[in-house]
Design a protein around this ligand. Structure first.
Ligand code: UD1
Length: 379
């Protein structure tokens, strides 16, 4: 029996952890014991608790309740709290997900204490060093012993960074291992798609009809915190709403975006946005609700990495409101268009994707990534 500490903190990590946690409670119940630590980075009920409830994840054994704050301050509190837990109990390894400040803190705390780090979603790179997530990924990958890359591109990124011929040795004598066993998010989307359709009434609640609405999500700091970019994006949404009145636009608003809209959005665009009858703003969606929204949309417009992928899993085209993406497979398949925060590009890409037939080659594994990952850790 091995003992694993799973560290989560932000919304997407709770979702990713569900797949591995489910496999531990199922096929691996006799060989892996899991404890869950929640840093408290996300704390609103609709950013955290709702995912535990819907995805059936066990209640966290530890909650650090760090809350929001400056990145350094927030990360430092997490490092200290995680260190306390790792010193108080023995763990054979720590599982970390993605690229948030909670991931970074877990890697630093475990790395320093020589507890093996297993990084799920390793090797992703935007090559944009102004993103906090890019810094988090790079540091976490360097401190990890097993790097679970979700795509071949991620493996290739790590190869180019020298992970395959590194002479670095960890405390137990091991070197890096890098492996692509698929994407745990794909496991979840496939596992929960049918359940979500039965349980969610999000379409009825907002009078939405399959194929007749565009799903929009915006939360990245470089979009929400920059008045010019935010205004350019919302100008595009107003144009889409006006030029394509047959579609509704649905925006589940991340708390960061909701707080910053009145402060950073040009007042005229804010007013125009508010007066568009076919734009609907809703609170952050639960996992079942977002799955149903993605699955039945006509097109998705987003700056989220996870939503880009889920759109692809459900064979929906996607306009990417970032200057680049880590999920280059989606763009290569012509299922996603990088439009950044450019009003014209966002509107044109939306119209273009609505008019094209697209293929969605399977590039994210076999929807059993979590089981493969646990088997790999055990072996
Ligand atoms: C974090 C991740 C990002 C991920 C996103 C998913 C980092 C650096 N970024 O960004 O990679 O895509 O989570 O959502 O870790 N807030 C609330 N309630 C909450 C959580 C946040 O009101 O429960 C507000 C606070 O004003 C906070 C702001 O949102 O300051 C930003 O939250 P934070 O966790 O710092 O980063 P995210 O933007 O959510």
């Amino acid at each position: 029996m091995i003992r694993i500490l799973t560290i989560i903190g932000a919304r997407p990590q709770i979702i990713k952890a569900a797949a591995v946690s489910r496999a531990i409670r199922g096929r691996f119940s006799g060989s892996v014991e899991e404890r869950i630590l929640h840093t408290g980075q996300h704390y609103d009920a609709n950013m955290s608790q709702v995912f535990f409830d819907e995805l059936g994840i066990p209640h966290p054994d530890y909650n650090l309740n760090v809350g929001s704050g400056r990145h350094g301050e927030q990360t430092a509190k997490m490092v200290a709290g995680i260190e306390d837990v790792l010193l108080s109990e023995h763990f054979d390894g720590v599982i970390l997900y993605g690229d948030t400040n909670s991931t970074l803190a877990g890697a630093v705390a475990a790395g320093k204490l020589h507890v093996p780090v297993y990084h799920i979603e390793a090797g992703l790179r935007s090559f944009n060093m102004s993103m906090p997530e890019e810094m988090n990924r790079i540091v976490c990958d360097r401190l990890s012993t097993i790097l679970f890359a979700p795509t071949d591109t991620a493996v290739e990124n790590l190869r180019r960074e020298g992970f395959f011929d590194s002479r670095a040795r960890f405390a137990d004598g091991r070197t890096y291992s890098v492996v692509n066993l698929g994407d745990v998010m794909y496991d979840n989307s496939m596992y929960f798609a049918g359940i979500a359709e039965k349980k969610s009434d999000i379409l009825q609640r907002h009078d939405l009809h399959p194929g007749k609405y565009v799903l929009v999500t915006i939360h990245r700091d470089n979009n929400t915190d920059n008045p010019e970019r935010l205004t350019s994006i919302f100008r595009a949404l107003v144009e889409v709403a006006r030029e394509m009145p047959q579609y509704k636009l649905v925006l589940p608003l991340h708390p960061r975006t909701a707080k910053l809209l009145p402060l950073n959005l040009n007042p005229r665009v804010y007013e125009e946005f508010g007066s568009c009858r076919n734009i609907v703003c809703i609170p952050p969606a639960s996992f079942f609700d977002i799955i149903v929204l993605e699955k039945n949309s006509a097109v998705v417009i987003t700056d989220s990495g996870g939503v880009q992928k889920e759109a692809y899993f459900f064979e929906k085209p996607c306009v990417i409101m970032r200057p680049e993406t880590e999920w280059v497979e989606i763009v290569r398949a012509n299922a996603g268009v990088i439009a950044d925060a450019d009003t014209r590009k966002i509107v044109d890409a939306t119209a273009d994707l609505l008019s094209r037939k697209i293929d969605y080659p399977k590039v994210f594994g076999d929807a059993k990534a979590a089981e493969h990952i646990l088997q790999y850790i055990l072996s």
